[in-house]
Design a protein. Structure first.
Length: 130
């Protein structure tokens, strides 16, 4: 049985980043530069993790595998990683609801970017009303 995975990576060196990207092109469909959607069997997943594990520096880089469940439908979502450990402290998960944005968390750069995006959306909404 195949499961659908989102594979996301954060690679700290440009050469490794290009090599990881080139490897991932062979495994799935690119959604963004560092985000791929892949349909893996258990063997495919093991091959992908092994290939990426040989390319990355495990203390500096991170590759996340988000299991979205069976390719036919949605099941439990499971996040695993190769390389640097995935923790809420290192990589906070930010969920933005359009109706209630709530508090912003993360690094200063992420917070600034999100606040700037919120201000732009508010200005766009005001322009639409006028």
């Amino acid at each position: 049985m195949r499961n659908t995975y989102l594979v996301c990576y954060d690679i700290s060196h440009d050469l490794r980043l290009r090599r990881v990207h080139k490897t991932m092109v062979g495994f799935g469909d690119r959604l963004q530069y560092s985000v791929f959607e892949c349909r893996f069997s258990a063997a495919d997943l093991a091959r992908c993790k092994h290939a990426l594990g040989k390319l990355i520096h495990h203390h500096e880089d991170q590759v996340l595998f988000v299991n979205l469940g069976p390719a036919d439908g949605r099941g439990d979502r499971v996040i695993t990683s190769v390389g640097r450990a995935y923790t809420a402290i290192d990589a906070p998960c930010i969920i933005v609801d359009g109706d209630d944005p709530g508090p912003i968390t993360g690094t200063k750069r992420k917070i600034d970017a999100l606040e700037s995006a919120r201000r732009r959306r508010e200005l766009d909404r005001e322009d639409e009303v006028e």
